[in-house]
Design a binder for this molecule. Structure first.
Ligand code: MN
Length: 563
């Protein structure tokens, strides 16, 4: 793959940044060097993959650090380049980003993941900087584009993970374009049958629909022009295959009912023009009740803004229109990545001013962040600090455990199960033994070493952070101290007069209280079960011998019990 598009795209985005361009060229050379001889499953040179990743990042208008990190994103994992070397050659920032991407790579998604939501949150928490997520998304995009070269079993898992985790994260960040693309790439691997069905059934209605909209376009253009609106673009793009599938599931798989199979998209300059255009369309064709949506006044949670309406268009055909400004359109497509670009521009002397939409966008992200408990403030440069008081760690099997910051391995153990906590004798984090007061970090893989019949120590109360673990430790300690062991005897003896008196006098002579006694009689024999207040094995043995010597006692056993 050529690096031409990458360099051209960067130059176009940042025409003045020759330094940045040089850094990218440097990184290109370095990437070619370290990946030399490595091949992808497709047989292509490995370096093509990192160039493709970096090119996507450039198309998202990200900064040179992100692009350099994109070129080097597999250098730690696949080429054993050390973070130190990266930071010496390309700076702290790049090294931090590459390390972040490598760390994300070690998080595994399992089919039966109990909490996909936790894994998504964890991805964000572990990243710490949204650019790490951007690189990971660009990486995943190329991996999905070349997924057909992987073994079938892997394909499905990766595709599933792409929908559940990466597309969902992109959605949250308002990056609809990449979210949609990832889902469409994954769909054929996850639901091959449904995919084929849609493919065969959609071609005709889609082409027919497109021809229809093509006829309508000049009518709209003409009426907009009369009001002085010169749209940036009017286009009609087919609904994405995966989102069409999701919608079809809700509409009995009946394509007739999907009005936005191909929607008309009108991009104008100002918000006022959006509303004017909506008015013009409603004057031309009557709107369908309940289908007018004002996402400008009330944006979607991910920041999406647009006006939607479905009208009975030419020949009374229900047709969806989407109207938005150019800025809204960019945010709809690129979301957080577009915001990043504007943030960068803002820092430059020739910066275009931050418009109202962008402020709205930041507000949306803030709202999103507020949905998670305890998060404080949104960091200016979109640093991921959504979960400032939570950490996300993993069991050796890859289950995500969500704990407060400051939690220790013992907190983790009690979180898994009370028995695991009580019988804990040590902990390994990322395969190394750690002390009990080790403060767990997001992304840590935690393994608890246990031993049967182990009891928690009172000292642990000071080593744990969660109230839950404290409570469990205290109750376990209480159990072992305030409820000492007792001894239960079972005797089989002759049913003779004075037997019971003889037995009880053995105890009273030794000043031992009998707590409980139960007898059953069978003809000439009686079985006695009694619990005595003895927690000392030696003493219990002495009593046993005395009982054994009583006339008429045939058999006797004893065991210690907790009562
Ligand atoms: Mn990669």
């Amino acid at each position: 793959m050529s690096s031409h598009t990458l360099l051209k795209t960067y130059e176009r985005n940042f025409p003045l940044d020759t330094k940045g361009l040089e850094r990218i060229k440097d990184a290109l050379e370095f990437a070619r060097h370290i990946h030399k001889g490595q091949k992808r499953m497709s047989g292509d040179p490995y370096v093509d993959h990192v160039i493709a990743t970096a090119t996507t990042l450039a198309q998202w208008r990200l900064d040179s650090q992100s692009i350099v990190a994109g070129l080097l994103h597999d250098s730690i994992e696949d080429c054993a380049v050390s973070p130190d070397e990266l930071s010496k050659r390309f700076g702290e920032d790049v090294s931090f980003l590459v390390e972040g991407v490598s760390r994300l790579g070690s998080l595994r998604y399992h089919d039966a993941q109990e909490s996909v939501e936790s894994l998504r949150k964890m991805m964000l928490a572990v990243s710490k900087d949204l650019r790490v997520i951007f690189i990971k998304l660009a990486d995943r995009l190329h991996n999905m584009q070349t997924l057909s070269h992987l073994p079938q079993k892997k394909q499905k898992r990766i595709a599933q993970e792409t929908i559940e985790i990466y597309a969902a994260i992109a959605d949250r960040l308002g990056m609809q374009h990449i979210a949609g693309e990832l889902r469409d790439l994954a769909f054929p691997y996850v639901h091959p049958g449904e995919y084929r069905w849609i493919r065969t059934n959609i071609t005709e209605p889609y082409e027919e629909r497109e021809a229809y909209l093509k006829k309508i376009e000049p009518i709209i253009r003409e009426h907009l022009k009369k009001t002085g609106i010169e749209p940036f673009s009017i286009d009609y793009r087919a609904k994405r295959v995966y989102s069409l599938y999701k919608k079809l599931l809700r509409y009995d798989m009946n394509l007739e009912n999907i009005y936005d199979l191909v929607a008309m998209r009108i991009i104008v300059e100002t918000v006022d023009e959006c509303y004017s255009a909506l008015g013009i369309i409603h004057q031309l064709w009557p709107p369908m009740p309940g289908r007018i949506k004002d996402y400008i006044a009330l944006p979607k949670p991910n920041g999406y803004q647009s006006l939607h309406t479905t009208v009975f268009c030419v020949n009374d055909r229900p047709t969806e229109f989407q109207i938005r400004t150019k800025a809204m359109h960019e945010f709809a497509e690129e979301g957080a990545a577009a915001h990043w670009f504007y943030e960068l521009q803002k820092g430059r002397s020739s910066a275009p001013t931050l418009n109202r939409r962008e402020v709205e966008w930041v507000k949306q992200l803030k709202d999103w962040q507020n949905q998670f408990p305890g998060s404080q403030e949104f960091i200016d440069a979109l640093k991921v600090d959504f979960f400032s008081d939570r950490i996300f760690v993993l069991t050796p099997k890859g289950k995500v455990v969500d704990l407060p910051v400051g939690s220790t391995p013992i907190d983790f153990a009690y979180h898994i199960h009370t028995d695991v906590g009580n019988s804990c004798i040590g902990a390994k984090v990322n395969n190394k033994i750690v002390p009990f007061d080790y403060s767990l970090q997001s992304g840590d893989i935690v393994e608890i070493l246990t031993q049967k019949n182990k009891k928690p120590s009172a000292e642990w109360v000071r080593l744990v952070h969660t109230k839950y673990a404290k409570k469990k430790i205290k109750s376990a300690i209480k159990k072992t101290t305030s409820l000492p062991k007792k001894t239960e005897y079972k005797l089989t003896c002759e049913n003779r007069i004075g037997m019971m008196k003889d037995v009880s006098s053995v105890f009273s002579r030794s000043n031992i209280a009998i707590e409980h006694i139960h007898s059953t009689t069978h003809k000439n024999f009686v079985t006695l079960r009694l619990v005595a207040n003895i927690n000392d094995q030696e003493k219990a043995g002495r009593v046993l011998l005395k009982l054994k010597k009583l006339p008429g006692v045939r058999e006797i056993t004893s065991k210690s019990v907790i009562h």
